[in-house]
Design a protein around this ligand. Structure first.
Ligand SMILES: [Zn+2]
Length: 423
């Protein structure tokens, strides 16, 4: 769709696409911009990919490509509204098109009608963040930039590094030095230039912005580059599609900075704006107890205040949720809610999810599920509800945490009697 404007989430000022790149010039860092489309430019309504199965690029119609000029002589019938340029620079890795699984046993145990698990661990670098990275890398290549940068607690960084590797784009990464080893290993294997910052994610974030300004790199930071949400929204476009546009009652989303949940909201919002669905599901944000700044703000009904994050779920360990205001407004607009879960509940959810579904999530990846278990236990769900949980990142990214969730193996001698004794 064609972008009409960018709109500041705080002061609501609108900017033409040529006037601004990242954030509201009046509000500064908190003035995150939303992408506002000209929804009339959504052509091909009948061609919404009902047979959606491959990658997020099948959703090009929903992404910020200018398809307002009909291109008659390019591509087949489905793609004739895009110019060749729209298809340039699309990273080759298979991003999106991830499976959704219905689990009858768990839905019975949780006393809801249906449970669907959207498994984004199967993206190329094993997290949902690939959706944002892929779109931002395409746009960076369209712009012709020489390098791209981001700060991240781990997944956005490893994702950006992997997608950059697939297209040969240089990338500079800022991570807190406490990021899990597997995520740092991914970065280095993908050939990124890695700065492990002696400080928090917030310090790494600020430093990456300084570097962006100083060295002229393109910046992929979430809650800074408005297109990360546009990439992430493809997850809800897929969910809607995979459920044949029967919109679920609730979608559970792990929340740190609040960007994924805004992406989820935006996907459903776009579908409403072009008349494909009637309502947005209730979005249930789930935060870790040790990283609950958005939860506290919503309970107080007040502004978000910084906290000192302390949780096993590193991907959502955030002191100052950069996208917090937008996330809160999206949660409210969906008539949703927010829950917090302890690290113990997260570890428990990781184990149950892996044991019962075969999906191995990292702590943040299982946090949505932990929130669902908690709400079920507290009888906050209705028996006729259909629920989707997002699993956002793979457990292989954080083995140390995973080992805390499980019992030890049987340590035995290579002797069949030892096996028998332990059965
Ligand atoms: Zn503003």
């Amino acid at each position: 769709m064609k972008i009409r404007n960018f709109r500041c989430v705080l002061c609501k000022k609108e900017y033409k696409p040529s006037e601004v790149e990242y954030i509201c010039t009046k509000c500064g860092p908190s003035g995150i911009l939303e992408v506002i489309y000209n929804y009339n430019s959504f052509i091909n309504k009948a061609k919404v990919p009902y047979e959606f199965k491959n990658t997020m690029w099948e959703l090009l119609n929903f992404l910020p490509m200018d398809n307002s000029k009909k291109v008659k002589k390019f591509g087949d019938e489905d793609t004739q509204y895009f110019s060749k340029d729209d298809f340039n620079n699309i990273p080759p890795l298979k991003v999106g098109g991830t499976p959704i699984y219905r689990n009858k046993t768990l839905s019975r145990q949780l006393q809801i009608k249906d449970l669907y698990i959207k498994d984004d661990t199967v993206n190329p670098t094993s997290s949902l963040k690939d959706r944002a990275s892929a779109l931002v890398v395409k746009l960076a290549l369209d712009k012709g930039v020489e390098a791209i940068t981001c700060a991240s607690t781990g997944n956005a960084a490893s994702s950006l590094a992997g997608i950059c590797a697939s297209v040969g784009l240089k990338c500079y990464i800022f991570v807190p030095k406490a990021a899990p080893k597997a995520k740092i290993a991914q970065l280095l294997m993908y050939g990124a230039e890695v700065f492990a910052v002696d400080g928090s994610y917030d310090d790494a974030f600020d430093l990456s912005i300084e570097a962006t300004n100083k060295f002229g790199w393109y910046n992929r930071n979430t809650a800074y580059n408005p297109f990360t949400i546009e990439g992430k929204k493809t997850v809800s476009l897929e969910i809607a599609n995979q459920l044949s546009f029967k919109i679920p009652d609730k979608v559970f989303v792990p929340v740190g900075d609040g960007c994924i949940i805004s992406g989820v909201y935006k996907g459903f919002y776009d579908l409403i704006k072009i008349g494909i669905i009637k309502k947005i599901p209730q979005l249930i944000a789930v935060q870790a107890e040790g990283s609950n700044a958005i939860y506290l703000a919503m309970k107080r009904g007040d502004k978000i205040e910084s906290i000192k994050p302390n949780t096993i779920a590193d991907s959502i360990a955030v002191g100052r949720p950069r996208n917090g205001e937008m996330a809160i407004s999206n949660i409210r607009a969906s008539n949703g809610g927010i829950e917090v879960v302890s690290d113990e509940e997260i570890l428990n959810a990781m184990r149950i999810l892996a044991e019962r579904t075969g999906i191995f999530a990292e702590p943040a990846g299982a946090t949505a599920f932990a929130g669902l278990i908690k709400m079920s236990r507290e009888k906050k769900l209705k028996p006729d509800e259909t629920v989707v949980i997002l699993v956002t990142g793979s457990g292989l990214k954080d083995i140390d945490s995973a080992l805390k969730a499980v019992k030890k193996p049987h340590f035995i001698k290579p002797d069949i009697n030892d096996v028998e004794k332990n059965l």
